[in-house]
Design a protein around this ligand. Structure first.
Ligand code: PLP
Length: 430
């Protein structure tokens, strides 16, 4: 492929490919990548970009990693795929065991799927089927938070922020859920009772209809890069227990070290009833997600009317993906990863700090290996994207947010170049 010219790729792409959240008829420029290694993406024209996005939270070990390459190649020689109905295989069973051990006690049953959105659909079905089997079929609604993001399939979309998730486009087809305000209490503060007032009233008034609450713990990602108080989760757990409502944590973005803990829920010491994992699960090599639940939930569902959990993706527990996930987790845990995330946090905070002085910047914030410059006004992607590429970095802003979540292997020099480019571009678009 690398022998093809960038112009041909771009032409065919423009003629036939539809990109995420993009127009097909008035498509903005896309940059052909021919290879990637370490933290660098190599473009067809020979330029190299320092990757500040880790391919949307995924590529925590960077690209073309020896250990992950080896895991894929070795698994390829055993089998690339086999159906999971009636069959199992070493990588699937081993990864399930690892995830059950790494996550909080009580999340011992693992359901694999092929993407984050599907793992959220699976979590929804688990919650609904649980209450159905428990003899309370009236509990069918979810509570989600404003500014949340849980994926693009219909069930997941119904849980995204109603405004940025554009619920009006899909009208009555979308299930109607309950929404509570986005948490606003900062990461390093405890909540007050008034922070919990709206969601408390919502649950108290509608608990007969509510199956579960779903949140992204501590970091609301694509819905606004909002970092909030872990104490919110402590209080939310108590609320769910009080009113017999399940608690679902979507750690698809935050899992595997990104916030400084292996899972963001550890900031609060709170355990959900259902947990969604994805994105960095395979180190960004392959698409794989998992939904974990307690043996109690699995038991109630299994002993209910259907006698089974009613879901089964074709590529469930794909062996290549599972083997890569095992290698990625082993690689992460074999290093002083907490110290490294702390280093990155210090470098991101120091590097982005000058942006806080700019008048059109509302706030600069960091948590773990996430750095955010929030502007007063949305950026114009068509002008901003080339500015980053000219400066040799890959950063893809959305709305008012210019943010990065680099691969954990990024060294101090590259992190400095990345943050300097972010500050520079933000200053240039005032
Ligand atoms: C990306 C994301 C999803 C959706 O995952 P896909 O693999 O894109 O389907 C769901 N929840 C959160 C928090 C995410 O960041």
């Amino acid at each position: 492929m690398s022998t093809w010219s960038g112009t041909t790729i771009s032409t065919w792409d423009r003629q036939h490919v539809w990109h995420p959240y993009a127009s097909a008829t008035d498509a903005p420029e896309v940059y052909p990548v021919v290879s990637a290694a370490g933290v660098r993406l190599k473009l067809a024209d020979g330029r190299e970009l320092i990757d500040g996005m880790a391919s949307w939270w995924c590529a925590i070990h960077g690209y073309n990693n020896g250990a992950l390459n080896r895991a894929v190649t070795e698994q390829l020689h055993d089998m690339s795929h086999v159906m999971f109905g009636g069959l199992t295989h070493p990588p699937g069973a081993k990864l399930a065991r690892m995830l059950a051990e790494l996550t909080p006690a009580g999340l011992d049953r693992v359901f694999f799927s092929d993407s984050g959105s599907v793992s959220v659909e699976v979590a929804l079905k688990m919650a609904l089927q649980y209450w159905h089997s428990a003899g309370r079929p009236g509990k069918q609604k979810l509570v989600a938070l404003r500014s949340g993001y849980h994926g693009d399939t219909f069930g997941a979309m119904s849980l995204c922020d109603p405004v940025t998730g554009m619920h009006h486009l899909f009208g009555d087809v979308l299930p109607r859920q309950f929404f509570a305000p986005a948490p606003t209490r900062p990461f390093d503060e405890a909540c007050s009772d008034s922070d919990m007032q709206d969601i408390t009233e919502l649950i108290a008034n509608h608990h007969e209809e509510i199956a579960a609450v779903i949140v992204e713990p501590v970091v609301q990602g694509a819905g606004g890069m909002n970092f909030y108080s872990p104490d919110y989760l402590v209080r939310l757990r108590a609320l769910c227990d009080e009113w017999d409502v399940l608690l679902i944590f979507d750690e698809i973005a935050t899992g595997f070290g990104r916030t400084g803990k292996l899972f963001a829920l550890e900031h609060a010491g709170v355990n959900p009833d259902i947990l969604c994992l994805g994105k960095a699960l395979t180190g960004g090599y392959m698409t794989l997600a998992a939904t974990l639940c307690s043996d109690v939930i699995a038991g109630v569902i299994s002993e209910g009317e259907a006698g089974a959990f009613m879901h089964g993706p074709t590529f469930m527990a794909n062996p290549l993906a599972c083997a890569t996930a095992i290698a990625s987790i082993e690689l992460l845990l074999s290093q002083p990863w907490q110290r490294n995330i702390q280093r990155l946090n210090g470098e991101l905070a120091a590097g982005l700090a000058p942006a806080a002085e700019l008048r059109h910047v509302r706030e600069v914030r960091t948590l773990g290996a996430i750095g955010v410059i929030e502007l007063e006004q949305p950026v114009d992607m068509r002008t901003v994207q080339p500015l980053f590429v000219e400066r040799g970095v890959w950063v893809r802003p959305f709305g008012r947010l210019v943010y990065c979540m680099p691969p954990y292997i990024m060294n101090s020099g590259d992190t400095a170049s990345l943050t300097a480019a972010m500050v520079d571009v933000v200053a240039a678009i005032r």
